[in-house]
Design a protein around this ligand. Structure first.
Ligand SMILES: Cc1ncc(COP(=O)(O)O)c(C=O)c1O
Length: 382
């Protein structure tokens, strides 16, 4: 059998394509390495399925295709040994939508929501949109990686805390939480009767060969109190199309979730369904090749950053995001500093991680090398 190869190496011009990432900086010398989408074309099967659907020419209201439901359940079983029933799925036009619906569905206005920081910024903004307060607990910084700090979580819990929002694999620190850590978290949530919203959008991009993703809801004690959020969007680079889903095994929690989204959350659009379906049915060889490529990019990033005086980085177990610590260099506004040096990075402050920047290495190696050398030059100039 001939092995199919995919081209992740050739840079593709994304400027002036209405791209959030590439149209942000007016200065063409700033290389955008911020928001989490990749500079690779989606799998050929996805592009072909979209062509065919566009050629049909009619774009009326949509329903989740039966083949997508089937391929989603098959994927969950194959990758995670998780037996999910079709009625547990709730389709969503975005995962951030799902996060917000969770905040609305659990408890009442005036209640409290807990999360561990640094974290993906919408975790920090969603509670207030639904008149809930937010308690943030810093992740514990170990030699190699970051950990949930259960002592601090115990101290920070309030009688009004109803929901814990988890990011696993974790954006931005790149951890894949172990089954033991998740067991401890579920124990904590049981003790305080919290619902868990588990954002697992990055679960199909595990780079560390010693790690596997374990969905929190697969723990017996967690199933009835967990809303899992997943999507093919990060994995197959179809985030701009908008197709995500919640998995909610518990009937009454699912009812509350559906009620909270009723009338305000639109259905998923037809092209998003088609792309997701093709990605899950035919995209597996592409996904495996992508992980291989991202793993090499990750190694390049870690080597380069550790060679630069004033910057440090811990291991990255998953995602295409690198969480770079600039604190040893004492730079006042690191994101602005690097932008002036020609690299557009996310500002750690937005993640409740001041002193850090986040770099997206989901790009051709040649692009990554340019970004890393700009970072090295900027640091050498201090
Ligand atoms: C942890 C996490 N959740 C959600 C999202 C965004 O999901 P969506 O674009 O489907 O709203 C991202 C995107 O970077 C993310 O990293």
């Amino acid at each position: 059998m001939t092995e199919i190869t995919y081209d992740f190496d050739t840079p593709i011009d994304r400027r002036h394509t209405a791209s959030l990432k590439w149209d942000r900086y007016k200065d063409p010398d700033v290389l955008p390495m911020w928001v989490a989408d990749m500079d690779f074309k989606s799998p050929p099967a996805v592009i072909q399925a979209l062509h065919e659907r566009v050629d049909h020419g009619i774009f009326g209201y949509s329903r989740p295709p039966a083949s997508l439901v089937e391929s989603t359940l098959y994927m969950l079983k194959e990758r995670y040994q998780w037996d999910v029933r079709p009625e547990w799925l709730v389709w969503l036009p975005g995962l951030v939508t799902g996060l917000n619906v969770c905040c609305r569905a659990v408890g009442q206005p005036g209640d409290n929501i807990m999360t561990a920081v640094p974290v993906y910024p919408p975790f920090l903004t969603a509670p207030a949109f639904h008149r809930r307060s937010l308690t943030t607990v810093p992740l514990q910084e170990g030699e190699e990686g970051w950990h949930l700090d259960f002592n601090r979580m115990e101290k920070a819990i309030t009688p009004k805390t109803r929901l814990f929002i988890l990011c696993n694999p974790h954006n931005p620190v790149g951890r894949v939480f172990t089954k033991d850590e998740l067991n401890q978290l579920v124990f904590f949530c049981e003790k305080h009767d919290l619902v868990i919203c588990s954002d697992e959008i990055h679960c199909d991009l595990i780079l560390d060969t010693a790690k596997t993703h374990f969905p929190t809801a697969m723990l017996d004690a967690a199933a009835h109190r967990t809303i899992t959020l997943m999507a093919p969007s990060k994995t197959y680079n179809i985030a701009g199309l908008g197709c995500s889903f919640a998995i909610i095994p518990d009937g009454s929690l699912r009812k509350r979730f559906k009620l909270a989204k009723a009338g305000i959350v639109p259905d998923v659009n037809i092209l998003a369904f088609v792309a997701a379906d093709a990605a899950l049915q035919y995209g597996e060889p592409w996904r495996l090749a992508l992980i291989d490529y991202l793993r090499k990019n990750r190694n390049t990033v870690i080597r380069a950053i550790r060679d630069i005086s004033g910057l440090t980085i811990k291991s990255i177990e998953a995602t295409y995001l690198a969480w770079i610590d600039t604190r040893p260099a004492g730079i006042e506004n690191p994101a602005r500093f690097f932008e002036k040096a020609g690299v557009g990075l996310n500002d750690g402050k937005e993640f409740d991680g001041p002193g850090f920047v986040r770099l997206n290495f989901g790009c051709p190696k040649a692009t990554l090398d340019i970004g890393l050398s700009k970072i090295a030059d900027a640091m050498a100039s201090i």
